[in-house]
Design a protein around this ligand. Structure first.
Ligand SMILES: [Zn+2]
Length: 220
């Protein structure tokens, strides 16, 4: 009986939290979902020299992004705000549950744009810079990705990395433009060092933000 009560109280709290989060949204402004990839027992990839977990870098950049969008008056909802994953328990199927929880956030706030933040890793240690992925079924996703890629390339000293099509779950959660930003290669020593620098993370966030603003203002 006590267990039932506690479970009911938890569900009530969760429902209340979601309702509160949605009611705080300004209906006159676009809602941006910023999704920090991985978390909890899923660390993602790790820095070749630093040993830093991708999950932590993603969260740090995502928090800077949230600050930028919020300061500019946008509604900004993060899929995760702590180092924990979204899967509940670590029982088998946790990765699927984690992905579904992210989709739930996107659906419940009727996201107008989704930005997933990740870091790349490649057996070829010379690969550097950012790569932005989009769904091939989404023209708007490609435009958004292209706008962000341009800003990120200039941040990396004028690299010419191209946007890429990707068939990923996070790109198919909504019809709104969605991108996955792999903001650098943790398999490359120089990128690894940069991605461990707070100032550079802020610059990455600003490049992503600027790309989003350029896309939204038709400046692409
Ligand atoms: Zn990742």
């Amino acid at each position: 009986m006590l267990l039932l009560f506690v479970t009911a109280a938890c569900i009530g709290l969760t429902a209340g939290f979601v309702a509160e989060r949605q009611s705080a949204l300004n209906p006159n402004m676009p809602t941006i979902v910023v999704d920090a990839g991985h978390g909890g027992i899923d660390n993602g990839v790790t820095g070749i020299n630093s040993g830093t977990d991708e999950a932590d870098i993603n969260l740090s950049i995502a928090k800077h992004l949230k600050g930028l969008f919020t300061s500019a008056g946008f509604n900004c909802v993060m899929t995760r705000t702590t180092q924990s994953g979204l899967y509940g328990t670590t029982a088998p199927g946790f990765k699927r549950r984690d992905m579904e929880a992210r989709k739930k956030v996107i659906t419940e706030c009727s996201a107008d744009m989704v930005i997933s933040v990740h870091q790349n890793y490649c057996p070829l240690p010379s690969r550097r810079g950012a790569t932005v992925f989009y769904s091939q079924e989404s023209d708007s996703g490609k435009q958004l990705a292209t706008a962000m890629q341009k800003e990120l390339n200039s941040l990396y000293g004028g690299r010419e990395n191209s946007v890429l099509r990707g068939d990923y779950y996070m790109l198919r959660c909504t019809k709104s433009p969605s991108v996955i930003v792999e903001s650098g290669f943790l398999s490359n020593s120089e990128d690894d060092a940069l991605l461990n620098d707070q100032e550079f993370r802020e610059k990455i966030a600003y490049a992503i933000f600027k790309g989003a603003i350029n896309y939204l203002s038709g400046n692409v």
